[in-house]
Every structure is written in C-alpha cells, then in structure tokens.
Write a protein of this length. Structure first.
Length: 479
C-alpha cells in the first residue's frame, strides 16, 4: 500500500490532476533507475555464471562456444568472425548508440544542460578518470609490467551505471535524489571520456577510403533528418552501412554507434499545439462519422492519429525507451557471459597488471572523484548535490569504482592472451571490492527509513512519528 508522497502522487493521478513540475522532472529518473536496478541484478547473475563456467570442468566448452565462427555473406562481401567478436563489435554498437542517446538527452534536457549543475559531476568525473590512470601507470612502471601492459592504461577509468544503480536500489527511499543524479551525470561524463579514448587511442590502422564512405553515410543521416524522413527502416539501413565501413576503416564501430546517437533528433516533429489541432480535427471527423451508418473511421483519420501519437515524442525519446530494455536485459548480459569468464587464481590476481587495474578502480576512483568534486565546488562555488555530504560523496566514489562493462570492453581492445585475462581479473576484483565498500559506506551514512519518513511528514505539514531511539542515536553518530 502506498504511503506518504507515493500515496499523494497516486491520488493526484487518479483525480486527473495535471502532474506537478517535480513529478515531470523526477519521472524519467524513476523509470531509468528502476530499469537499471533490475538490469544490474541480471548482469550480476550473468557475471557469476561466466565465472563459474570458466572455473569449472566445462571451461573448454564455454570458451569453444564463444569462439564459434558466425559467417554473414552478401554477394562478394563476407564477414566471418567468432561469436564473441560479433557481441563486442556489433551488439555493443547498439549499447554505445544508447549511450549516445543518453549523452544527448542529458546535454539538451538533463543535468548536463545547466552549467551550475554540471560543474560537480564533470569535476568529479575528471578526477575519477585522471587519478585511476595515474595510479595504474605508476604501478605498472614500478612493478616493471612492460610496455604491452601499459596499453591498458584506460581500463580503470570507467563506471558501470547498471551495477551502481543496482547497489543504490538496495536502500530504496533512503538514497537522496541528488546522489542518484550526481552518479548518473558522472557516469555519462565518464562515458564521454571513454568513447573519446577508444576513438583516439585504440585505432591501430586507418583506411581512408572506408572512413570517407562512413562519413558519407553520416552525411546521408543528416540529409534524411533535414528532409523530415521519419521511417526508422531508412535509418537502420544507412546505420548498418556506416557500421560496416567504420569496422573496415580500423576505427572501432562502437564509435559510430555513439555518433549516430548524438545525431538523433531530440525534438518532436509535432509540438503541443499542432498535436492538439490534429486531435481536434480527427475528433470532429470521428463525431461526424458516428452520426451516420457509414464506416466509423477512414484510413486517413487512422493514419493521422497514428502519425500524431508517434511524432508527438522525439525520435531520441522513442529510441531510448524502445532500445534500453534490449540493451539492459540482452546485450549487456551477453557481453558479460562472453567476457567475464576468467580463470581465477591467487597467482593471476597478484600479477602486476591485475593489481594495477584493481588499484586504479578501488583507490583511484573514490579519491579522484572526491577530490575533483570538492575542488570543483571550491573553485566554481557550486554546491555539492542535495543531501550529499563527505561521507556519501566517498560512498559514491567507491560505487563509481565498479568499472565492469566499459572496463572489460576497453581491456578487450587493448590486450590479448594472458594479459587480457589478467586485466579482466583486475577489473573483477577491483569492481567487487569497490561495490562491497560502497554498499557498506551507504549503509552507514544514509539516513534511516524513519528519518526519511519524518522528513517527508514535515514537508507535508504533518506531525512526524516518533523515531526509534536506535535511529536517533545513529543519526547523532553519523551527524
């Protein structure tokens, strides 16, 4: 049964009252965090399954399955790659496409739109990228890890928002919205850095002809947008051509996915007034048809209503809403199954590369984010996120040390063979330690449920219930 603010929200909805501004602002975050929390559980399950298979008598069968070649031929063109390659280079392009959509949404409509709000997440993200890379590089050189291992310098710079949100969901209403928005915005900025690094530093060879063809494809996408073409299949065909030529150019095709996401229109074709006009005109035709014995609706009216209902939302919102569940519950779990299977042993986790990656995530992320956020706050006089003090900021930094998806992806681009397995071991160990520490710190520093309910009661002008003596003592200790 709903209580407090949730009950009030349901009453307003059932009465037909228009949503308040705070509801319009917070609703996308509620949807996003609900989806990401559930996908984090699925992702964790697939990670544990991959680890179990890689450390079981079925390890050879597990590896052979993802090494199975999948051949796609169209005329003289043949694409013949192992299954893990198709997942990492084809399916993950959709993942990065959604990342591009999220980045554009945040830049145009979200937290990254306002300079004052973007200062702290950007400053925290810069610190959370720079310090892990610095720690990794120092440790590799100190341990004489070799030049090949140095190629993995970017591995510990990433944050996996699905796991982060899964951890936050354990605490329900106790987590302030300011902390959630801070971590989401920080992860978006992290993704921007990661995509730039992939494009600039992990391109070994470059085919100018294929790259030119890909750029022509982007020009075609822009032209279709300008002409007002709204058929999704047209963009899918051009997007597939862009993916192919980007793959052949030597640039990783996931970069094309992000670029396509950033090119997706963020405004609706029909604005509010135009949508109301279409509905009014259709309503008059429906009423006229209902007074006769003729067919109640013409195909033109049906098509007009179908077009209006689709085009009143932006292509960005439609694509993000439609693709996000597929990415969260299919592509990311498949990526985990294909890439998280590491033979774990004490010796492999004590290798210089594994230790350097793990230290970058576990120490570099929280310290870098904390210092970056505090320094940014002092320099630009921007406030820390609402309801977030030093303790919760530290907890958020540790949660951001859960690198996983992007970290494993960068590792697969930069390394091969035993070094890749060592880097994966470092990602998994560093992420696991960061997750455990972040959850423990959240448990200690977050307000109790009784305190949250009391604050909600005061906000509504009601007398708060008497909190338990344990909650009062804990609040005093934390404060």
């Amino acid at each position: 049964m709903a209580t407090g603010l949730g009950h009030e929200h349901n009453l307003l909805r059932s009465s037909g009252a228009p949503p308040r501004a705070i509801e319009r602002i917070s609703e996308p975050f509620r949807r996003f965090f609900h989806l990401e929390a559930a996908s984090g559980v699925v992702l964790l399950g697939c990670t544990l399954l991959a680890l179990a298979l890689a450390n079981s008598p079925f390890a050879a069968t597990y590896k052979a399955f993802f090494d199975t070649h999948l051949n796609l031929s169209v005329g003289p063109l043949t694409l013949d790659y192992p299954l893990w390659y198709w997942i990492n280079d084809a399916l993950m392009t959709l993942f990065f496409f959604v990342v591009g959509l999220e980045i554009k949404r945040e830049l145009i409509h979200g937290e990254l739109k306002e300079r004052r709000k973007v200062v702290i997440p950007v400053a925290g993200a810069i610190g959370g990228v720079a310090l892990p890379v610095l720690i990794f590089t120092i440790l590799i050189r100190w341990q004489d890890g070799g030049p090949a291992a140095l190629r993995a310098w970017a591995v510990p710079m990433a944050t996996d928002i699905a796991f982060v949100v899964g951890c936050l969901s354990l605490f329900g209403r106790r987590v302030p919205i300011g902390l959630k928005v801070f971590l989401l915005s920080l992860a978006i900025v992290d993704d921007i850095f990661a995509v730039g690094v992939i494009a600039l530093f992990y391109t070994d060879t470059l085919s100018v002809g294929a790259l030119a063809a890909a750029l022509l494809g982007f020009g075609g996408i822009t032209l279709l947008n300008r002409l007002g073409v709204r058929t999704v299949s047209a963009y899918v065909v051009v997007g597939a051509v862009i993916w192919l030529f980007t793959l052949k150019s030597g640039i990783h095709p996931t970069v094309a996915g992000v670029a396509l996401g950033l090119l997706t229109p963020a405004s609706a074709w029909l604005k509010g007034a135009s949508f109301v006009e279409v509905l009014a005109r259709s309503r008059s035709e429906i009423d006229a048809a209902a007074q006769t014995d003729e067919e109640p609706l013409s195909s033109e009216v049906i098509e007009s209503l179908r077009f209006a209902s689709r085009e009143v939302t932006s292509p960005l919102e439609r694509l993000e809403t439609g693709l996000h569940p597929w990415v969260a519950f299919l592509i990311m779990p498949l990526f985990a199954l294909a890439n998280a299977g590491v033979a774990v042993s004490a010796s492999s986790l004590s290798e210089p590369l594994a230790l350097s990656v793990g230290a970058g995530l576990f120490f570099g992320k929280p310290i870098g984010i904390f210092l970056g956020a505090v320094i940014g706050s002092r320099i630009f006089r921007a406030p820390l996120p609402d309801g977030t003090g030093a303790g919760l900021l530290t907890a958020a930094g540790f949660l951001a040390g859960i690198g996983f998806t992007m970290a494993l992806f960068i590792a697969s681009l930069s390394l091969k063979g035993p070094l890749l397995e060592q880097a994966k071991g470092g990602v998994l160990s560093g992420s696991a330690l960061s997750m455990l520490t972040g959850v423990l710190l959240l448990h200690f520093f977050l307000p109790s449920t009784a305190q949250v309910e009391a604050a909600e009661a005061r906000a509504q002008g009601r007398e708060p219930a008497n909190p338990s003596p344990f909650a009062s003592k804990r609040a005093h200790a934390v404060g």
